[in-house]
Design a protein around this ligand. Sequence first.
Ligand SMILES: Cc1cc2nc3c(=O)[nH]c(=O)nc-3n(C[C@H](O)[C@H](O)[C@H](O)COP(=O)(O)OP(=O)(O)OC[C@H]3O[C@@H](n4cnc5c(N)ncnc54)[C@H](O)[C@@H]3O)c2cc1C
Length: 419
Amino acid sequence: MVEARHGRSAVVVGAGIVGLCCAFHLNRAGLRVTVVDRDPDGDRTSFGNAGAIAQPEIMPLAEPGIIWKVPRHLFDPLGPLSIRLGYLPRLVPYMLRFLGAANERRFAAGAEAMARLLATAFDDHATVLQATGLGHLLSRDGHLWVYRSEAALAAAAGEWALRERLGFRCEKLDRGGIEACEPGLGPAARAAMRTEDWGVYADPKALVLGLMAHLRERGVEFRKAAVGGVSMADGGAGSLVAEDGARIDFETLVIAAGAWSHRLSGQLGDRFPLETERGYNTTLPDPGVRLKSMVTFAEDHFVATPMAMGLRIGGAVEFAGLDAPPNHARARALLKLASQYLPGLCTDGGAEWMGHRPSTPDSLPVIGRSPAHANVFYAFGHGHLGLTGSATTGRLIAALVRGEDPDVDLAPFRIGRFG
Ligand SMILES: Cc1cc2nc3c(=O)[nH]c(=O)nc-3n(C[C@H](O)[C@H](O)[C@H](O)COP(=O)(O)OP(=O)(O)OC[C@H]3O[C@@H](n4cnc5c(N)ncnc54)[C@H](O)[C@@H]3O)c2cc1C
């Protein structure tokens, strides 16, 4: 066992999938680990997502030309993207950086950085699954992106060329190929791309709870506390201050608090323009149709995942902040769209859900050490790919804490990249 450079113990804020994967690797490295969460047993984004290890989804959302697409979406209240009007002023700093990232150079560089980061995603998940005995939750049955027309698929040619250049194996299917592959998809699905570079968890919540149980067995302590403050003492160590006044001292701190992480990093001088991209889904217990693999409906920006508890249909991006109540009409709008592709879909009895994707303007997560405090590390901002990137992030954070060189260039993921 190599001793960590920053003491023998670590505190991780956040019991989502990213924080738990950090705790997993820190524990394996021999550190005494405490995970702090305001509600370790409560719902969180890592419970209700679409379950994908979506390795080829490396394109940043800030694509060249997006400025012309955004207004069209905004005027459709139940379209794939919406902004609550009252929230708009608070979104301006994030949006300006988002638009600043929407050029050819940064788009390509971002996709390449993500492809390098996620290159070991399956191996890293395998490490966690092997140790926890949760391997039965993950299947690799491929994935389909479907389009309403050949022309729509042709219009996305640049995206497919980039994926191919980055080494992803994707095969084009016509209507006959779709029928052979996914008979449940109706005639609205006219063209598709299929990949094998994809995995799906049958139940992301079971993964999180199983990993927590494993960590508890291995001696990781879970503390229920809403962290309101963080401060550093002379000599490097520091303290978290919970909203009820309790203090939690740390030698090493990992902030993996999802969409709330910037509230803590800012107190340490590391300001970051993090936003929440609220996403919605409905899980249908008895959908009346069968999909063999997860499907992305590319033009309509939603996905359907066959899961242990039913068919989960969701997506959507809503900017409305961390505190506004959910608008589940968004989830229902996606069900209507899904019915166009899945004849016979039964939408009765669905469980509606909303989660907070921790979103960065350039779609790259923040993974690395605080420039100001050598014993503080950041692991947040994974946006649409937090489940996918969680196991790799945990491995990289543990390497940094141990003072080892990570095997991925983490410069694109540094917290200071927006100044
Ligand atoms: C609809 C939808 C579908 C998605 N599908 C996929 C998918 O298929 N594949 C994929 O890879 N990703 C997907 N994602 C994204 C993924 O779910 C997230 O990126 C991921 O769950 C983020 O994990 P996290 O651990 O960073 O945050 P969370 O799961 O949000 O965990 C953060 C934790 O920090 C705690 N916390 C925050 N602040 C404090 C504080 N001050 N004090 C104490 N505790 C605090 C919270 O209570 C929470 O438990 C999807 C997201 C959505 C919304």
